[in-house]
Design a protein. Structure first.
Length: 222
């Protein structure tokens, strides 16, 4: 694992990228953690508000809150939409990633509250969007990638801003912070057979988010 002080690549102001933040052993351990989370909180198919059209990505969450989407809208909630059970806790490595990257490089004192788990089968994609269902934009969004490489597109805070594309590889970490916190981003496609990490072709992306506003004097409890 790269030491916390490793300088990231600044893709855009506040959009920081650490290629290979997790080494192979770290990726295998995290993949196993996620298998255990998914055994408790199975992947579900999110649907677009109003139309009910299914996403191509399947999702789950860990942490106190989870992001869900169905015909009634996007929201964070403390329980799985199908099982009704609380989301499993964060694996330790996610808490460490938040401390070493979000706290160190974006200066946040706030703890994460949700980790969205996205499963991209080959052919899945995610359209350009902003992460704006949170009530607290001072904290960054921290992403970790496992499995097949993704073409990740990131632009600015306006949909019409120019975008650039980078390849997010298994083990990479990426922070959307400061001027990039509300940057439009998405996944154009997954490159087939680009990783041997997972037992089936595809990609896992984990995004750690702070959801609720800070309480007075709150400091990071992890
Ligand atoms: C997301 O925007 O929720 C996921 C981004 C990614 O898959 O890298
Ligand atoms: Mn997003």
């Amino acid at each position: 694992m790269a030491p916390a002080s490793t300088a990231p690549i600044e893709v855009a102001p506040g959009c920081l990228w650490w290629p290979g933040w997790l080494d192979r052993a770290g990726q295998e351990a995290l993949a196993e953690d996620i298998r255990q989370v998914l055994a408790q909180a199975p992947l579900f198919t999110p649907r677009m508000p109003r139309t009910g059209k299914p996403f191509s990505v399947r999702m789950s969450n860990c942490g106190p809150l989870g992001w869900v989407s169905d015909q009634t809208g996007y929201r964070y909630q403390p329980t799985h939409p199908e099982t009704g059970q609380p989301w499993p806790p964060f694996p330790d490595v996610l808490k460490r990633a938040w401390r070493e990257l979000a706290r160190e490089f974006a200066g946040t004192a706030l703890a994460p509250e949700a980790c969205l788990i996205n499963w991209y089968a080959p052919g899945a994609r995610m359209g350009l969007h902003q992460d704006r269902d949170e009530q607290e934009f001072r904290a960054p969004v921290l992403s970790l990638s496992l499995g097949d490489t993704a073409l990740f597109r990131v632009g600015g805070a306006a949909r019409s801003d120019p975008t650039r594309s980078i390849r997010l590889v298994s083990g990479d970490a990426l922070l959307l912070s400061g001027p990039s916190r509300l940057a439009f981003h998405g996944i154009d496609r997954i490159l087939p057979d680009s990783s041997t990490l997972l037992r089936q072709p595809g990609r896992i992306n984990l995004t750690l988010r702070r959801v609720r506003p800070a309480e007075d004097g709150e400091i990071l409890p992890i």
